[in-house]
Design a protein around this ligand. Structure first.
Ligand SMILES: Cc1cc2nc3c(=O)[nH]c(=O)nc-3n(C[C@H](O)[C@H](O)[C@H](O)COP(=O)(O)OP(=O)(O)OC[C@H]3O[C@@H](n4cnc5c(N)ncnc54)[C@H](O)[C@@H]3O)c2cc1C
Length: 274
């Protein structure tokens, strides 16, 4: 299928993007890497009247340490972030997770913020942002605001972004001394969306476990590690997620992955505490 007709704009600066969003609101879609949006257009799952292409806006390609976080601008592709993390310790969790996001070809176009905006419940990047307790900077012609990952993603493909807002940047907290992280994913094939993906962060005896692919958005739980009660805690978390059956896996299988992989990802994160 071909997409329905739309007007195409490629503004030269951010101000113009925000003006266009203010003018067209719900009738406009931002085009970043196009790796999700173009498929949605072709399947006519979305019918914007105006496409605003932000993929060539240089100021959005900024990647910097700022206020205790790695701030990733809306134009930074997944491949560019992976490359910048190759020899850096700014985000060991993203370093582990990025190779699981699609394929080299999709990562070279797809952006970090595009994935967060798309808000697929099985996606790795929203999982990482939630696990780390990160946030997003949203901008509009009305001004800027910052939302936590938890307050941003409301459900499958649903976020708290207002129609005239865009994500300017995502903020991934920098690792703290003594922190250990681990990531694990089960997918039908490498590069597919996760059936279940897990990220664990261990800090002293505190554990934070985040799960994607089971609930309608990334779910995070934190607790004090005690070997004797870990199994019980993981079982309770697995049931609370209220997983579903679909063509890829049963709810029971998903619960089992949360329990089994949950334990191993926690052990791995604890073992690599610095
Ligand atoms: C073959 C294939 C395999 C894939 N596998 C995976 C996978 O395993 N895991 C995974 O997570 N993803 C996967 N993806 C999706 C990929 O990661 C996309 O890059 C990502 O979901 C969207 O990023 P994008 O920059 O391409 O955004 P686009 O497709 O351009 O946009 C996606 C949505 O976000 C909105 N948007 C984009 N940028 C902003 C912004 N700054 N502010 C507000 N809204 C914005 C758009 O309007 C649109 O609604 C796959 C894609 C393909 C084609």
């Amino acid at each position: 299928m071909k997409p329905p007709a739309f007007d195409y704009c490629r503004p030269d600066d951010l101000e113009e993007v925000l003006e266009l969003l203010a003018r067209h609101g719900e009738e406009a879609s931002l085009l970043a890497g196009g790796q999700s949006l173009v498929a949605m257009l072709n399947l006519r799952l979305t019918r914007p009247r105006v496409l605003i292409d932000i993929s060539r806006l240089e100021p959005l390609r900024r990647l910097e340490r700022r206020g205790g976080a790695l701030e990733v601008g809306a134009g930074v592709t997944q491949a560019a972030l992976a490359e910048s993390l190759r020899d850096s310790e700014d985000s060991p969790l993203l370093k582990l997770a990025l190779p699981w996001v699609g394929h080299y070809q999709t990562r070279s176009r797809g952006t970090i913020c595009g994935s967060l905006a798309h808000a697929d419940p099985s996606a790795e990047l929203p999982l990482c942002l939630a696990a780390l307790g990160g946030s997003l900077r949203l901008g509009s012609a009305r001004g800027e605001r910052e939302l936590s990952a938890e307050d941003f993603q409301l459900g499958p493909l649903t976020t708290a972004r207002a129609p005239d807002e865009m994500i300017l940047a995502a903020r991934f907290p920098l690792p703290r001394p003594g922190q250990g992280v681990a990531f694990r994913e089960i997918a039908r094939r490498h590069g597919d969306f996760a059936i279940v993906a897990l990220a664990a962060i261990a800090e002293g005896e505190e554990i934070r476990l985040a799960v994607a692919g089971v609930a309608d958005r990334p779910a995070v739980r934190g607790w004090h590690h005690e070997e004797a009660t870990l199994e019980e805690a993981l079982n309770a978390f697995a049931w609370d997620l209220e997983g579903y059956d679909d063509m890829h896996a049963s709810a029971r299988y998903r619960r089992d992955l949360v329990r089994r992989l949950g334990r191993s990802v926690i052990e791995e994160a604890r073992a690599c505490r610095s």
